[in-house]
Design a protein around this ligand. Structure first.
Ligand code: NAD
Length: 445
């Protein structure tokens, strides 16, 4: 990017996504101002501290703040000085699947007081179709400026995945759809110049909004397929991973059949809500969408299914649920992160506790205070402490730290089940566990 092309950017909403985006843009040479209503978060970022767990993010933000390319503030007045405003506030859904638009409304209302002519506003938060046109646009036009004439308005979904977010920001194609052709062109130019990535321009705002929902609808539904395939395979003593590996070699569409892996369940803030956003906005428009809801329901049942696997195997060993000692290793919703947002492990642990099991929990990557708060159990400090006298060791997030566990030396009960909820142990490892006297059970294995 040349000095001439270098744009100044405001990132409104410095949560997990906003921080990743702000840090990456600053690292690539843009002058970035981050705006958030959370004063503590702003102060932390300005002091080079990052509360989000994402590989390399803390270093990236530290460099950007230290080098003066990223400054953070609670004062929207700073927005008036930039060329491009990115809106990345939270867009949760309520229990009925409808959008809780409070953050988005408040951000647009405040932004309208500082918007100036010729700026480009790009919404990145995930929203139901029509939100940029029917919610964001009128709120921004309270500025007295007209979208498409006085300022540009576009939608570009954020499609990064946790754990690989920064690499994906630098490589994934960016989708951009504008209110009018000029807005689309400006947004596309901005992404090309600031991130150096391929841009897929869309013909409307709504088409761009739909891309994000289609991605997450597909992912959640394909995990649901993997989960039901796992249950199906278990009926016939077939290893689901062996089946998926072979099934995924058939060319279909622009790639191969791509059944995703089964597990204890789906967590995080996106896959657990976006399919409901699809379902609800379809229903509001008179269409009954089945697959989005079914995918959600199948995946939401997996923690209970996993707990039942534990009890089934314990029963084979003549052990009752009441009083059984169960060590749960890995509490995050994803391997190699400490992220507990909507983690399915919480429901699995609840299901174990509800039947009277004595559960110990350990996750070297998760914050102990958060664990205590969410699970209501004081976390064990080590694997050895968690598994002492355990009748079952359930690995529900398989972090790298667990790869080196020497199962033979664990101080577990004389007969012990290993339940593999997301570890996908290779066959040789399963055989070696069995040779050591463990009973092994995986999801669909
Ligand atoms: P988040 O809850 O971590 O962050 C939202 C931030 O917005 C918070 O820091 C909050 O203080 C701030 N905020 C709220 N109201 C504000 C206002 N009026 N003005 C300024 N700041 C305000 O959310 P997130 O995980 O970063 O997600 C943001 C958006 O990106 C959502 O729409 C989400 O669906 C989407 N998304 C998330 C992910 C993910 O992995 N988390 C991935 C892709 C897309």
């Amino acid at each position: 990017m040349t000095e001439h092309e270098r744009k100044s950017v405001a990132v409104v909403g410095l949560g997990y996504v906003g921080s990743c985006v702000a840090g990456t843009l600053a690292d690539r040479g843009a002058t970035v101002v981050g705006v958030d209503t959370d004063g503590d978060l702003v102060e932390e970022l300005n002091h080079g501290y990052c509360r989000f767990q994402e590989q390399e993010l803390a270093e990236l933000l530290g460099r950007a703040v230290g080098g003066g390319r990223l400054t953070c503030t609670t004062d929207y007045a700073a927005v008036a000085r930039v060329d491009v405003v990115l809106l990345v506030v939270g867009t949760p859904v309520r229990d009925d699947g409808s959008l809780d638009d409070r953050q988005l409304r408040a951000a647009c209302e405040t932004l309208a007081r500082h918007l100036r002519k010729d700026q480009l506003v790009v919404l990145k938060s995930t929203v139901p179709l029509g939100s940029t046109r029917n919610l964001v646009r009128p709120l921004l036009e309270r500025s007295g400026l007209t979208a498409g004439r006085d300022f540009g308005l576009a939608f570009s979904p954020e499609r990064l995945a946790e754990g690989t977010a920064l690499a994906e920001l630098r490589t994934l194609p960016v989708v951009a759809g504008g209110l009018d052709a000029a807005s689309t062109i400006s947004a596309a130019q901005f992404w090309r110049e600031s991130l150096g990535v391929e841009v897929l321009t869309m013909s409307t705002l709504e088409a761009a909004e739909c891309v994000k929902l289609a991605d997450n609808w597909w992912i959640d539904l394909n995990i649901a397929l993997g989960n039901e395939l796992a249950k199906f395979c278990a009926l016939f003593d077939v290893d689901v991973l062996e089946v998926i590996k072979a099934a995924n070699t058939v060319p279909k569409g622009t790639g191969n059949v791509n059944i995703l892996l089964p597990s204890v369940g789906v967590g995080g803030s996106c896959l657990t809500k976006d399919p409901w956003m699809v379902w609800r906005s379809a229903r509001d428009n008179g269409l009954d969408i089945r697959t989005a809801a079914v995918g959600r329901e199948v995946n939401a049942q997996m923690p209970e299914y996993t707990a039942q696997l534990v009890f089934d195997e314990l029963a084979e060993l003549g052990k009752k649920p009441e009083g059984a000692r169960i060590a749960v290793l890995g509490l995050a919703f994803k391997n190699n992160t400490g992220d507990l947002r909507a983690t399915p492990v919480k429901d699995a642990v609840d299901a174990l506790v509800d039947r009277g099991a004595i559960v110990r929990v350990h996750d070297p990557l998760a914050d102990d205070t958060e664990v205590k708060e969410l699970f209501g159990i004081r976390p064990s400090n080590s694997v050895a402490e968690a598994v002492r006298d355990a009748d079952c060791v359930a690995i529900l997030a398989h972090h790298r730290d667990f790869e080196t566990i020497d199962y033979g030396s664990l101080p577990v009960a004389e007969s012990c089940v290993v339940v593999d909820g997301r570890a996908y142990f290779p066959v040789e490892k399963i055989e070696s566990l069995r040779a050591m006297g463990f009973v092994y059970r995986g999801i669909g294995r």
